[in-house]
Design a protein around this ligand. Structure first.
Ligand code: PA5
Ligand code: NI
Length: 200
């Protein structure tokens, strides 16, 4: 795989239900059990976990050396489904190097990117096929699939040195949540949101 090459290279997004990459060198699958504490309805979360531990999302990455100047690329596939009334979503994270950005291009499905900064700003942007989303430096980001049956598939790219800070979101959650309200997605305040103990 091309991860260490300094020569130009190509890969393809195979047009299929999954829109999978024809070359990748890292595959991550995250199950419900990886999302402890993130869903509002704790009882629904625990009940679902006793039945099964489904994969909520997968990431296929074209890795690059973890240095400034490089760009990692990949595909994120969030499955359709809910825990209680809250849609399947990614863990979400700040970049460890806060001053790094990310670009998403939506290939399939429907959903939202929930975002916020350490300074207290928030934004929720809709994603549908063709949408390009720019996540500026300092904005934590989480993808939410609001589709009934379809995967939410996005292509992403971000700087090689960005890193993932999952801990801050695990502790404080996102300020906004996306819930199914009578069959429609609704953006609401997260009643469980709490400020991180360490402000940046
Ligand atoms: O770097 C990104 O923001 C994406 O590639 C995400 O890693 C991907 O969508 C999975 O989300 P998370 O890393 O929050 O589990
Ligand atoms: Ni990111």
């Amino acid at each position: 795989m091309p991860s260490e090459t300094t020569l130009p290279f190509t890969f393809n997004i195979v047009p299929s239900l999954e829109s999978i990459l024809d070359k990748y060198d890292n595959h991550i699958a995250r199950n419900l059990s990886a999302m402890k504490g993130q869903y509002q309805d704790r009882a629904a979360y625990e009940a679902k976990l006793t039945e099964d531990d489904p994969v909520l999302y997968e990431v296929y990455e074209v890795s690059r050396p973890p240095v400034a100047g490089e760009l990692l690329m990949g595909i994120s596939i969030v499955r359709p489904g809910k825990v209680g009334n809250e849609y399947y979503m990614t863990k979400g994270h700040f970049h460890t190097v806060l001053e790094t950005s990310e670009m998403y291009y939506c290939l399939r499905g429907a959903g939202f990117m929930v975002m916020e900064t350490p300074e207290g700003d928030w934004a929720v942007e809709a994603l549908k096929p063709g949408t390009v989303l720019y996540v500026p430096p300092r904005w934590a980001h989480r993808s939410v699939n609001t589709g009934d049956q379809e995967n939410l598939v996005t292509f992403f790219t971000y700087p090689g040195n960005a890193g993932h800070d999952y801990g801050t979101i695990e502790r404080q959650g996102f300020r906004k949540i996306v819930m199914d309200h009578q069959g429609n997605p609704e953006i609401a305040d997260n009643p469980r949101w709490m400020p991180a103990d360490v402000r940046r």
